[in-house]
Write a protein that binds this ligand. Sequence first.
Ligand code: NAD
Length: 243
Amino acid sequence: MRILLIGYGRMGKIIEQIALSRGHEIVARVDRTIGTMLTDELLSRAEVAIEFTQPNAAYEHCRRCLESGLAVVSGTTGWSDGVELLRKYSNDSGVPFFWASNFSVGVHLFAEINERMAKLMSIAPEYSISMSEIHHIHKLDAPSGTVITLAERVLSQRADLSGWLLVEPGTEVEQAKLPITSIREGEVPGTHSIEYRSAVDCITLTHEAFGREGFALGAVLAAEFTRGKRGNLDMRQMLQTNI
Ligand code: NAD
């Protein structure tokens, strides 16, 4: 496919390598640090755009792609209101829009196990639940988009919890809310944990990414998945995990 890369930072560079290794062509790399702008000419040359920039830029990039009829895959996190608006626009217009807070196939399977575990654990109210995420110090948003998605999937199974709450590590929280701790440390690519703790034991489910390659591969697979599709797309559709 002819791919337009929007954002040529840490993710953009790995996505480029993986896309080329899978036989795709990179039409252009748009990034303010290299002085390339998103133009109508570039938009018309690509079959799909892959956007990994930052929260305050993602809406404008993705909107421009969709309005010009170009399918877009975006992994930028921290702009959920804009994502909702563009999902609606995508469904109305038919132009594919594939956003995921996390494109890793492993994380997606982890998220499925997490939701099923939450349902199972609801028969044992003596376990209190908490979540944590650890990421590198360059990450702009906290809590991570992934932990928010994981929390929302737990909440969908737990009528006794009324929402999630970002807390400092070690803080005691009344269990009507699901506490999330965010830690920023070194170059950690992304670690997410869900803990169920009772007075007598503890059950923990953890996903640890070893690098950014898993996210980048998922984004390229998502770009391939947009071919021939219409409207809003997501990881559940791509991986067919509704089993
Ligand atoms: P990065 O800072 O290394 O790269 C971002 C790039 O975007 C930079 O090169 C920057 O110059 C460019 N940029 C920012 N604003 C721009 C603008 N207005 N116009 C043009 N270029 C602009 O960050 P990264 O590690 O590549 O991550 C990018 C985003 O992807 C973040 O939001 C991060 O949280 C997210 N992310 C998502 C996943 C996922 O699987 N969904 C995985 C990793 C990172």
